[in-house]
Design a protein around this ligand. Structure first.
Ligand code: FAD
Ligand code: DLZ
Ligand code: SF4
Length: 507
């Protein structure tokens, strides 16, 4: 029986369920570069180049094993530019007995695939994606009957289930979470590791030229492209991270600094989300570094929590709550996305820096995403869909299953508290504490009101005043609302007016 096996751009794992029972004598693998996937949001040029280059390298790897790969390039004149169209054309070319694919990571494509089952005249088998620690059905079983889906409970359960960082029933170091030992600002003069980047080879250079030509108006620079595009490169990137950055990862996980886009972060999410690395091997590599005395437990635990905890948790929430999840707007946010998210033209130094990192690298680290661009969008009341489309477009690691819960739930609180127990709202004081940006800014971070006052200060208080009906009973915001209770109506008005004037100016 011959099978046509579809491999999507973020399914580049040799262990993929759709490839597990492949018969090289009879089967064909289909891979297709289509503009529908590159433009459903206008992806950053580096993201498109990364996906296409990694796809082309993966096709070569399969061919080297003797597997037949039918690879449709973007500039193939007969390309229909949709995955469905390419499936239909490939069926006409190969006349397979059945189609095999692994479930898509994004809801829109997973739904479309199920539709294909009705539309395409060929039996279609959709297999689960087993590259994660747990399946959506297992997450749903964990979530069943729980009033609150808190990360910490889920994470502890995952530690017990996998035995990672566990000595029998006991977590290494006697506790599950070492976060209090992390969260340090970066001391001046800290020497940062030289990050390993991968200069484009012939395939990547071809793809870069193609993307430059075909997606001219998309956001982002292609110069300096250095992402790993093969599994071998991704493995080298993992080794480099474990040796050179992991020991300091925990302490400076929340720090931000001028001209330092990467700090001690792993930069592994683009390769991981493409399938070039597995979550298991990342966790195993970090655990080994701890056991061999190469990295301290708080750093290793902090790193593993992001993958075994957060990454699995947001995926679980996504599949549990979609499609309604994306529709909620608990804070009634409705402003358009300010232009500076695209051009970086703003006097706010911190945001200009975050947008610049994003434009240059299709990357910014978690705290920049959450506490700079995310925090501003939250405080300003920007419409969730506009913010989500921006995050999905601009980061090399962005796929909706991971982007949406992080943006909609964690950054914007648009889900009303399913993901986060309170909004991650912060004034300029937080940004000053965690970065050196304020020293280079023309706004005054210590001023609360006035033309030169840091906008985050009045936006923060105006946000709490505007959203008091939804937020004032949240116990985690009790202190802020106690402060507000001591304010006069005139004082509150002054903050509301300052915020409105500022936002009307940037919109
Ligand atoms: P590190 O800081 O080195 O962390 C290690 C790994 O942990 C990452 O590679 C990633 O796989 C995982 N991880 C860390 N935090 C999270 C998290 N909150 N959710 C899921 N996985 C996590 N991550 C994406 O992979 N794709 C996205 O589209 C994405 N969008 C985001 C949008 C917003 C608004 C926010 C606040 C966060 C988003 N994240 C997203 C999570 C996180 O910011 C990135 O995973 C991280 O910055 C990737 O860089 P890194 O590999 O250097 O991560
Ligand atoms: C992100 C992306 C891009 C830019 N291009 C393609 C493509 O041309 N062909 C393809 O198969 N996949 C691509 N992808 C990845 C898909 O968008 C991804 O598989 C879905 O969003 C499901 O997660
Ligand atoms: Fe950002 Fe305010 Fe600091 Fe300027 S002063 S960098 S706007 S936090």
């Amino acid at each position: 029986m011959s099978s046509l096996r579809l491999v999507l751009g973020d399914q580049l794992s040799r262990s993929l369920s759709a490839l597990q029972a492949i018969d090289p004598a009879d089967d064909v693998v289909l891979m297709a570069e289509v503009s529908a996937e590159a433009t459903y949001v206008p992806h950053h040029k580096q993201k498109i180049a990364l996906v296409f280059s990694a796809m082309r390298h993966f096709a070569e790897l399969l061919r080297a094993e003797g597997i037949r790969v039918d690879y449709v390039r973007l500039d193939d004149p007969d390309n229909s530019h949709s995955l469905e169209g390419e499936m239909a054309r490939a069926i006409r070319r190969h006349h397979p007995d059945r189609l095999v694919m692994t479930e898509a990571g994004e809801w829109r494509l997973a739904c479309a695939m199920r539709q294909w089952q009705q539309q395409i005249d060929c039996p279609l088998e959709i297999l689960p994606d087993d590259r994660f620690f747990i399946r959506p059905t297992q997450f749903a079983a964990w979530a069943k009957g729980r009033k609150l889906l808190r990360l910490e409970h889920f994470y502890q359960e995952m530690r017990k289930r996998t035995g990672i960082l566990m000595d029998g029933p006991t977590p290494y170091g006697g506790r599950y979470n070492f976060d209090v030992e992390n969260r340090k600002a970066l001391p001046r003069g800290t020497v940062l590791p030289q990050r390993r980047r991968f200069p484009p080879d012939r395939i990547t250079r071809e793809v870069i030229a193609l993307v430059d030509r075909r997606f001219t108006d998309h956001f982002g620079r292609l110069e300096g492209f250095g992402w790993p595009v093969t599994r071998a490169q991704a493995r080298a990137a993992l080794r480099h991270f474990v040796e050179d950055a992991l020991p300091q990862f925990g302490a400076y996980q929340d720090a931000m600094a001028t001209d330092a886009p990467f700090l001690f972060h792993s930069l592994l999410s683009p390769a991981l989300n493409l399938g070039l690395l597995t979550a298991r091997e990342l966790c195993r590599a970090a655990e080994e570094a701890y056991l061999e005395g190469q990295a301290p437990l708080p750093a290793v635990e902090g790193f593993i929590r992001q993958i075994l905890g957060w990454r699995e948790y947001v995926r679980g929430v996504y599949w549990l709550k979609m499609p309604d999840y994306a529709q909620s707007n608990a804070l009634g946010a409705s402003r358009p996305l300010p232009a500076f998210y695209w051009d970086g033209k703003t006097r706010m130094r911190c945001l200009a820096e975050a947008v610049q990192h994003t434009r240059d690298h299709a990357y910014s680290h978690h705290i920049q995403r959450l506490m700079l661009t995310g925090n501003f969008a939250l405080l300003a009341g920007i419409e969730p869909r506009a913010v989500e489309d921006w995050y999905l477009a601009v980061y090399a690691d962005a796929y909706e299953w991971v982007e949406l819960p992080n943006t909609h739930g964690m950054a914007l609180y648009a889900d009303g508290g399913i993901l986060a127990s309170k909004p991650y709202a912060a004034s300029g004081a937080y940004i000053k504490r965690m970065s050196d940006f304020c020293g280079h800014c023309t706004y005054d971070v210590t001023a609360k009101l006035g033309a030169d006052a840091c906008p985050f200060n009045y936006l923060y208080w105006a946000f709490l005043i505007r959203k008091a009906d939804v937020l004032q009973d949240n116990p985690r915001l009790a202190m802020a609302y106690r402060t507000l209770a001591g304010w006069s109506a005139a004082q509150k008005d002054a903050y509301l007016i300052a915020a409105k004037r500022f936002l009307d100016g940037v919109a």
